[in-house]
Ligand binder design. Structure first.
Ligand SMILES: [Zn+2]
Length: 109
């Protein structure tokens, strides 16, 4: 069973995406980190590299490059798609992937 969001909020001033989950957890993602963790084939370097788990340290540690989210939309009932300010929009971020990507789950170092 997959945990699902009950709320998604993109703060374009703070450059933070906040997801509230149906089990009460609240995850906060820096925009730059989410962009760096884009799960699409192009960003992962080929289809063979797709489908792996998200890396929360990558999301946490990506330098803020000023990227923002122009728009976002739900994909069916299982994922989010972001329209980034750099023009990229190929990434489909499933709820499972987003949950794994929560930077609060990254270990030290
Ligand atoms: Zn991508």
């Amino acid at each position: 069973m997959t945990t699902k969001p009950t709320g998604v909020k993109a703060d374009r001033t703070e450059h933070i995406l906040t997801i509230t989950w149906d089990d009460g957890r609240v995850s906060r993602y820096p925009f730059a980190g989410l962009r760096a963790a884009c799960p699409c084939a192009e960003c992962k370097g080929g289809h063979a590299n797709m489908g792996g788990p998200a890396d929360p340290a990558q999301v946490r540690d990506a330098p803020d490059n000023g990227i923002t989210i122009n728009n976002l939309q739900a994909v069916g009932a299982y994922a989010l798609q972001f329209m980034w300010s750099d023009g990229h929009e190929a990434g489909i971020y499933t709820w499972q992937y987003l949950r794994q990507a929560d930077p609060a789950l990254a270990g030290d170092g």
